[in-house]
Design a protein around this ligand. Structure first.
Ligand SMILES: *Cc1c(COP(=O)(O)O)cnc(C)c1O
Length: 363
């Protein structure tokens, strides 16, 4: 049998992941000829009147889209979110200080491991007991903790904080790598937010860091220059050569986001996608959601087949229909559908149609 080559690809990858087509088009043009200068964006100095406006606009647009106040600084830093697992406690903790972490899965566990290199860690709440299929309720945060760290969306488990613990009594820090700018939150109530760009914001290689400058400068030990948030703030996020292309792709994505109507408009679309997906999932008994309903992620939906012997059949069908990235993370198995900002509602409609077809077929 000849496999048909699908002209439409639906990209459900968890990260790096789907971005708007116009972002790819404009980014690729800039590699050849940036702003009609005859030069590639990859061959111009970063301290020039060509690149400096890119960084300035990316920072300003982030401030605008997240409606940040004057105390919150926006930085675009090297590395992935994994770098922030270390950089956050390095900037925040003295050796004898206590930090509070909510343990919601793989990413939280990695963040906790790094924090322990710099201070003491307490677990404010954990979902480990039930295999990370829910978000811990009733956090217990010591009033002496320097901060509480949460992972707003656990990309692998498929859980998401719907009710942010704004009132935890200590500064709030969040890893928002997989749901940054996907919904309206009171971003000013966070003292530090970080996100690797490659899920909702752009290309891999750059982190967005939003930090309330008032929480910095409280550790007594020296911090290496490149890892000190204060030097990056002072240098307007241009301490050294930034990852110029990744920053540019982030800028294009931010411009796209603004054109769509901003974070509120994306939230509406994301709600519609999640509703369509989960409603379909819940009406088809051959499938089963992994996460308790109230904590389901609107970015990464995890589910299984009741009859695991049909897994390959389902994946083959997805592949034939141009649906990529549906296989679950290697550590948890099953399936995962990622529905980031740039994923269109049509892609979820196509997938849910396919799921209905599959459910109607005998195994
Ligand atoms: C992907 C991801 C990370 C890791 O990001 P890197 O850029 O690969 O370091 C951390 N936290 C969350 C929530 C993620 O989804």
């Amino acid at each position: 049998m000849i496999e048909s080559v699908k002209s439409v690809i639906h990209n459900f990858n968890a990260g790096p992941s789907v971005l708007p087509k116009e972002v790819f088009e404009e980014a690729s043009r800039a590699v050849i000829d940036f702003n009609e200068t005859g030069l590639s964006i990859l061959e111009i100095g970063h301290r020039t009147n060509l690149f400096e406006p890119v960084m300035a606009e990316a920072r300003a647009l982030t401030k605008e889209l997240m409606q940040l106040d004057a105390d919150h600084e926006v930085l675009f830093l090297h590395g992935g979110a994994t770098t922030q697992f270390m950089q956050v406690p390095m900037n925040m903790l003295n050796e004898n200080d206590l930090a509070s972490y909510a343990d919601t899965g793989t990413w939280a566990v990695k963040a906790i491991k790094e924090a322990k290199l710099f201070g003491h860690v307490e677990i404010a709440g954990s979902a480990k007991e039930n295999n990370y299929t829910s978000i811990p309720k009733n956090l217990s945060v010591s009033p002496t903790a320097v901060y509480l760290h949460i992972t707003t969306n656990e990309t692998i488990a498929g859980t998401q904080w719907k009710k942010i613990p704004y009132d935890c009594g200590v500064p709030l820090i969040a890893d928002m790598s997989s749901d940054i700018m996907s919904r309206v939150l009171d971003f000013n109530k966070f003292d530090l937010i970080y996100a690797g760009a490659q899920k909702n914001m752009g290309a891999a290689g750059v982190n967005l860091v939003v930090v309330n400058k008032n929480i910095l400068g409280k550790v007594s030990k020296p911090i290496p220059t490149i890892l000190d948030y204060r030097t990056h703030i002072k240098e307007a996020s241009m301490l050294n050569t930034p990852p110029v292309f990744a920053v540019y792709v982030a800028l294009l994505t931010l411009r796209w986001l603004k054109k769509q109507g901003g974070v509120a408009a994306l939230e509406k679309l994301n709600n519609a996608k999640a509703a369509l997906f989960y409603n379909t999932l819940d009406t088809l008994p051959v499938f089963k959601g992994v996460v308790v309903k109230e904590d389901r992620s609107f970015m990464n939906a995890t589910f299984i087949l009741q009859d695991v012997t049909r897994e390959k059949e389902f994946l083959d069908l997805c592949k034939r229909e141009g649906m990529v990235g549906i296989k679950g993370h290697r550590s948890v198995g099953g399936f995962r559908v990622s529905m980031y900002n740039a994923l269109k509602l049509e892609s979820i409609a196509a997938l849910t149609d396919l799921m209905k077809d599959f459910a109607n077929k005998k195994g």
